[in-house]
Ligand binder design. Structure first.
Ligand SMILES: [Zn+2]
Length: 246
């Protein structure tokens, strides 16, 4: 994360603000994030083997992991930072599978992909603040990121209870909550975000012209994005999250 000396907001002219990548001042700290950084296209500094988070998020995760250990839970990261290129690979693989192998029409394929996967350039995993996490002590067959496995009787029931009671002490919040009124991505009991950095990042992200940025992309399926689709996706999938993270 780039940090610069404090600039008074009032001293920055409108023109300078328009030219600045994505500038915001939060409380007593200043954050500045570039468009490339917000879209997973920048080479950001990440910390911790198998952790791969920004420094502060990494430190807080380690403190949380230590606390969880003493309660018999091994917080194990399944996924953290993911670059644009990696997300593009995931996206295109699914797009090709649904459209070419299964013969779905492109718009249906896109709708299907975005129930769980993000459009490249729009993943919170691009930010180095978000993690998919489970209890490494529990052995389970097949996919681990399955909501039922976090329910009563599932292998990650104790993990979920522990996180419900403790994660916020370490500033990690669930992003895609179980609220039935929430739109966008489905309930993900494994996906947590380090709020002190991800909140300012989302604020900066909201200032991007996502319609233009998405239209400039050239991966499979992107030619089918309409501005209406992108606006709906932004409202539902990016902004309809745990309100503690807005
Ligand atoms: Zn995730």
């Amino acid at each position: 994360m780039k940090r610069r000396s404090f600039i008074k907001k009032s001293s920055v002219s409108g023109l300078a603000l328009a030219l600045a990548p994505s500038l915001m001042v939060a409380k007593d700290r200043e954050f500045e994030f570039s468009v490339l950084e917000l879209m997973g296209k920048a080479d950001i500094e990440l910390f911790g083997k198998g952790i791969n988070l920004r420094k502060e998020a990494h430190d807080s995760f380690l403190a949380m992991k230590k606390a969880a250990y003493s309660d018999g839970i091994d917080l194990k990261i399944v996924s953290s930072y993911r670059s644009f290129d990696r997300q593009e690979l995931i996206w295109e693989r699914k797009y090709i599978k649904y459209t070419e192998d299964q013969g779905m029409n492109p718009l249906d394929a896109i709708e299907k992909i975005i129930t769980y996967s993000t459009i490249p350039g729009t993943s919170r995993h691009h930010w180095g603040t978000d993690i998919d996490v489970i209890d490494g002590y529990r052995k389970t067959n097949g996919d681990v990121l399955v909501p039922e496995k976090f329910e009563a009787g599932g292998p990650f029931e104790d993990f979920k209870k522990w996180m419900d009671g403790n994660s916020e002490k370490f500033d990690f919040h669930l992003v895609y909550t179980k609220d039935p009124k929430r739109r966008g991505f489905k309930y993900e009991p494994w996906h947590y975000s380090y709020a002190p950095i991800s909140i300012p990042m989302l604020t900066a992200y909201r200032r991007l012209n996502l319609v233009q940025l998405m239209r400039d992309e050239t991966y499979y399926g992107s030619e089918h994005f309409t501005s209406r689709f992108i606006k709906n996706y932004f409202q539902n999938n990016i902004l309809d999250i745990n309100t503690a993270l807005l």
